[in-house]
Design a protein around this ligand. Structure first.
Ligand code: DGL
Length: 256
């Protein structure tokens, strides 16, 4: 894919969480336009099975075919875990997920392949073992996984700090004896509580899908910061105004 005069990305997520990836894409200036679709009517995907996630993802692909996009980015880790090959097979533009970029970010940040890596993700993402598999392919054999499902509703409630988040973190992390060298925030919602996770594990390097995707796109497609302004279009399968409101808040957009 060559850098074009206009670069349009379609960003897909199960709901509003993918806005954490959009934040990094907006800061990167790689795109003139981003079309965001959140499947808010059917969120969460992280508790669904492989075939359902693939079916929903192919339906989202049909939606994006109405727009002249140059690339589709699956911000959702659960989609990235199961549906990238199917999406790629059925589209004539490139499709990228966040898992491969996330593992490349680990590789760029950690010299030592013996480093301990904690993978955090939804039940679907962890069950797929995609992070573990790609990490092993890159020589990182020392990884372990947790699916902290309660993080998703906590973030949805906007509890980015405070007692509830602290006790939920303690619940999931109580058996971890020392800070992992890296923690993969393998769910769209987790970057929103990265400050709290970073304080809990002050010696760990956190891997954020949004930053990882930007780095990946720059390297893989030779893209550069080119656009001072990125037009945004938001769509949702339910309550699009609600999604726009969250986007406005999370992304600090002046006007949608
Ligand atoms: N977007 C999902 C993911 O990154 C988290 C929310 C959900 O379960 O749908 O896996």
């Amino acid at each position: 894919m060559k850098p074009l005069h206009n670069m349009r990305a379609g960003v897909f997520d199960s709901g509003v969480g993918g806005l954490s990836v959009v934040k990094s894409l907006l800061e990167s200036g790689l795109f003139s336009e981003i079309i965001y679709f959140g499947d808010t009517a059917r969120v969460p995907y992280g508790v669904k099975d492989k075939n359902t996630i693939i079916r929903y993802s192919l339906e989202a692909l049909e939606f994006f075919k109405n727009f002249d996009i140059d690339i589709m980015i699956a911000a959702c880790n659960s989609v990235s875990a199961y549906a990238i090959d199917e999406l790629q097979k059925n589209s004539n533009f490139p499709v990228t997920g966040v898992i491969h970029p996330g593992v490349l970010a680990v590789k760029n940040k950690l010299q030592d392949t013996n480093s301990s890596i904690l993978i955090l993700g939804t039940k679907a993402t962890i069950k797929s073992q995609k992070y573990k598999f790609f990490l092993e392919e890159n020589g990182f054999l020392n990884s372990f996984s947790i699916a902290p499902s309660l993080f998703v509703p906590v973030v949805e409630e906007g509890l980015f700090s405070g007692e509830v988040l602290q006790s939920v973190m303690k619940h999931y992390f109580k058996d971890i004896k020392s800070d992992p060298d890296a923690i993969i925030l393998g769910c769209t919602h987790f970057p929103l509580i990265s400050d709290a996770i970073g304080k809990y594990f002050p010696n760990s390097t956190l891997i954020h899908s949004g930053d990882a995707v930007v780095e990946y796109l720059q390297n893989e497609y030779n893209l550069d910061k080119k656009f001072d302004k990125t037009d945004m279009k938001f769509f949702a399968s339910e309550n699009p105004d609600g999604l726009k409101r969250v986007a406005y808040e999370w992304l600090n957009l002046e006007k949608i």
